[in-house]
Design a binder for this molecule. Structure first.
Ligand code: TTP
Ligand code: MG
Length: 419
C-alpha cells in the first residue's frame, strides 16, 4: 500500500459520522522500537532500528524517523545501514514486547469482551455493545488511545468502520498516532481512489492480472464486466474482490474465547498413500495449529485428527495431551500417534486434518522445568518470520522437501483467512 512512513497520514476529528462504525482496528505504532525508546528516552526523535545488528539479519521494525530514510521491516540490515548510517540499532527483546502487548490487550478487554487479537500489536474490537457504557465509537477510540498512552507510554493508531477490512485500512492510514473514521455512507467514496493492492488478498500475480485489464484503483474493479474479471482471476477471487471493492466484508469480530477448538485441514489434489508424505503433512498442519494457539494465547488439552479416504469414508480420533500445549512438535507427536493407530495402510487419503481441542487460556512454560522451551523459542521465531514474509517463509526442515505437486491441495483454517 502507501508508504509506511506516515507521510500520507489521514485522521478524523470528533465531527466524523461514526454511527455505524462500531468495529475498531487498533495497531501500536512502530511497536518494538517504541518499547525500546521507553528505556532510552535519549534516542527519541532519532532513527532507531530494532534487529540483530549483524549484516546478514533483517530489520524487525524501525521508528518513523528511520522510515523517512526508506528503512522498513524485513529489509536486510546491511541495506538499512546504507540508507540510514546514523540509525541506532538495538537487538530485539521479545519478553519485554510480550509484556507490553499483554498490558495493551488487557486495556482492550476492559472496554469490550469482543476483542479479536490478530498479532502481538494489533486487534479488532466490536464496540457496538459498549456504547451505553462508554459513548460513541469515536470517543471509545479516543479513550483507548489515551489509556494506552498513559498506562504504557506507547502510541497506537485506531481505524473505525463498519467492517473489519475497512477498519484495518483506516488504522493504517492514520499512522502514526492517529484515529480515522470511515463513515458508513462514505464507504464507496473512501475506497474508490485507493490502489487495488489496498484490497485484502491483492498482490503479486493477482495484481498483475488486474493491471493487465487496466484495473489500477478500486473503482476500476466495479467498472469492468464481471465476466472479464472472472476470466482474469478466477471465480472465487473475482467474487471476493467485487465484494471488498463495495466495502462488503461479513466477517465478524471473533474472540479467542469463543473458539472451542483450532484446526487446519487439507484436501489433496490427488489422493496420497505414501505414509511418510502423510506424516510430513501432519507436521505442517500441527505447526499451523500451534502457531494459531500461540497467537491467541491458548493451549490445547487434546489433539484430534481427521482422515478422509478416496472413497470418502471419514474417521476422526482424539487423544489428550499429557500437558496442555501450544507447541507444534507436541501436537504433531500426538497427531502421528493417532494416525499410526487409525490409518488403514495401503488406502489412499484424500483429506487430512489436525485440531487442537479442550482449549484453555494461558502461556506454556511457566513451570520451573520446561522441556519444551527450546521448541517453543524456535517456533516463536518462526512466528515472527511468518509475520514478516508470509506463511511459506519458514517450515521445519522435514517439510522442505515438500513440493506443490507432491501434495498441493486446498487448505482450510477455521477462519477461512490467511493466518
Ligand atoms: P507491525 O504492526 O506491522 O509494525 P510496527 O508496529 O513496528 O509499525 P507500524 O504498525 O506503526 O507500522 O508489527 C508489530 C511488531 O511486530 C513490530 O514492531 C515488530 C514485529 N514484526 C516483526 O517481527 N517482523 C515483521 O516483519 C513485522 C512487520 C513486524
Ligand atoms: Mg504496529
Amino acid at each position: 500500500m502507501s508508504r509506511q512512513d506516515g507521510r500520507e497520514r489521514r485522521v478524523s476529528d470528533s465531527t466524523a459520522d461514526d454511527s455505524g462504525a462500531t468495529i475498531l482496528h487498533v495497531d501500536l505504532d512502530a511497536f518494538f522500537a517504541s518499547v525500546e525508546l521507553l528505556d532510552r528516552p535519549d534516542l527519541k526523535g532519532r532513527p532507531v532500528i530494532v534487529g540483530n545488528p549483524d549484516g546478514r539479519s533483517v530489520v524487525t521494525t524501525a521508528t518513523y524517523e528511520a522510515r523517512a530514510y526508506g528503512v522498513g521491516s524485513a529489509m536486510p540490515m546491511a541495506r538499512a545501514r546504507q540508507l540510514c548510517p546514523s540509525a541506532v540499532i538495538l537487538p530485539p527483546r521479545h519478553d519485554l514486547y510480550r509484556r507490553f502487548s499483554a498490558q495493551v490487550m488487557s486495556i482492550m478487554d476492559e472496554i469490550t469482551p469482543v476483542v479479536e487479537r490478530l498479532s502481538i500489536d494489533e486487534a479488532f474490537l466490536d464496540v457496538a455493545g459498549s456504547r451505553r457504557l462508554f459513548g460513541r465509537p469515536f470517543d471509545i477510540g479516543v479513550m483507548l488511545r489515551e489509556r494506552v498512552r498513559q498506562e504504557t507510554g506507547l502510541t497506537c493508531s485506531v481505524g473505525l468502520a463498519g467492517t473489519k477490512f475497512l477498519a484495518k485500512l483506516a488504522s493504517g492510514m492514520a499512522k502514526p498516532d492517529g484515529i480515522l473514521v470511515v463513515p458508513v455512507e462514505q464507504t464507496q467514496a473512501f475506497l474508490a481512489p485507493l490502489p487495488i493492492r489496498a484490497l485484502w488478498g491483492v498482490g503479486g500475480r493477482t495484481e498483475q492480472a488486474l493491471t493487465s485489464l487496466g484495473i489500477r484503483v478500486v473503482s476500476d474493479l466495479l467498472d469492468v464486466p464481471y465476466a472479464a474479471l472472472r476470466k482474469a482471476v478466477g471465480e472465487a477471487h473475482a467474487h471476493r474482490l467485487r465484494e471488498l471493492a463495495q466495502g462488503i466484508d461479513p466477517r465478524p469480530v471473533v474472540t479467542a474465547r469463543e473458539e472451542k477448538s483450532v484446526g487446519h485441514e487439507e484436501t489433496f489434489h490427488r489422493d496420497i498413500d505414501d505414509v511418510s508424505v502423510l506424516e510430513r503433512e501432519l507436521l505442517h498442519l500441527s505447526d499451523r495449529v500451534g502457531a494459531r494457539l500461540r497467537r491467541a494465547g491458548r493451549l490445547a488439552g487434546a489433539v484430534s485428527i481427521k482422515l478422509r479416504y478416496a472413497d470418502f469414508s471419514t474417521l476422526t480420533r482424539t487423544r489428550r495431551l499429557v500437558e496442555p500445549s501450544n507447541v507444534g512438535r507436541r501436537i504433531h507427536e500426538a497427531a502421528v500417534g493417532l494416525f499410526r493407530d487409525a490409518h488403514r495402510p495401503g488406502q489412499a487419503v484424500r483429506l487430512l486434518g489436525v485440531r487442537g481441542e479442550s482449549l484453555s487460556d494461558g502461556e506454556q512454560g511457566l513451570g520451573l522445568w520446561d522441556p519444551d522451551a527450546e521448541w517453543r523459542d524456535a517456533e516463536t521465531t518462526v512466528d515472527d518470520v511468518r509475520t514478516r514474509f508470509g506463511l511459506g517463509a519458514m517450515r521445519p526442515a522435514s517439510l522442505l522437501g515438500r513440493t506443490a505437486t507432491q501434495v498441493g491441495g486446498t487448505r482450510h483454517g477455521d477462519e477461512g483467512e490467511a493466518t
